[in-house]
Design a protein around this ligand. Sequence first.
Ligand code: BTN
Length: 249
Amino acid sequence: MDTLFLGQHTIVLESVDSTNNYASRALQEKQLPEGSLIIAHKQDQGKGQRGSVWESNPWQNLTFSAIFYPSFLQADRQFLLSMAVSLGLVDYLNAQFPGRAQIKWPNDLLVDGVKICGILIESAVRQLVVNQAIVGIGLNVNQTEFSGRFDATSLKLETGTHHDLMGCLSSLCGHIESRYLQLRGGNVDKIRADYHTNLYRLNQWSDYLVHGVPVHALLKGVDEYGRLLLTKKNGEEVVCEVKEVTFTP
Ligand code: BTN
C-alpha cells in the first residue's frame, strides 16, 4: 500500500455482520492505529444510510471501514470529513472515468448519474471535537447484477473488465489519504471548492421532497454544517438537514 498511514494496518475478515460494527467493537477493546482498515469479503448485516441495508455480493466488491482520529475537527464541522472522503473517492473514480463521476449529497458517489459507491461515517464526539470516526465504504467493483429499488453500477459494468479488489483498495486509499491530509492541514477552502466542483445537480433545477412535500428548486450548495442549500422559484431559500430531504428523479 503506497500510503503514509491509511491501510498500513489491516484486518481482513471472510465474513462479518458489518465492518463498521466490527470496528466499533474493536475500538471498545483497544485503540487501533489511525488508518487501520477492517475489510470483509462478506457482510451479513451491511449498514447503509438512514437505517437502510447495504447489499453487496460476497467476494465481488469492496466493503471496508477505515479508522480516523480527526480531533482537529470541531463537532459541528464534522461534515468536512465526509467531504474529504467523498473527494478521495471522486478523485479515484475520475482517474478512471474522467469527468463522469460526481458526489451526490450527502454520501453517494455516482458515475454518469448512477450510484457506484456509498459511505457511512459513524463518529464519536468528545469535548466538542471528533475524537474517532469509523468511515465505512461500499464500492461496487465486480458485481454486474443488482436487485432493489435503485439503479446501481460497478467498475466492471463501466469498463467491461474484472478488477483486482486489493489493487482497487490500494489506489483508493492513496486518494482518500491525500484528501484527509489536505483537511488535516487546514486546507478547508480547497476541500469545499473541489467538493462543489464535483457536486451532483449543483446549480441545476430539480425536484426534491422536503419533509415529504414536493419542491422544485435550484441546488446552491452545501454549507459548512453539511446542510443542503436549495432556492425555490419565488426566491425562498430552503436549508435542509440530511433527514429532511430526498432527491427525486
Ligand atoms: C449508503 O450508501 O447507504 C452507505 C453504504 C455504506 C456501506 C459500507 S460497506 C462497509 C461499511 N460497513 C457497513 O455496514 N456499511 C459500510
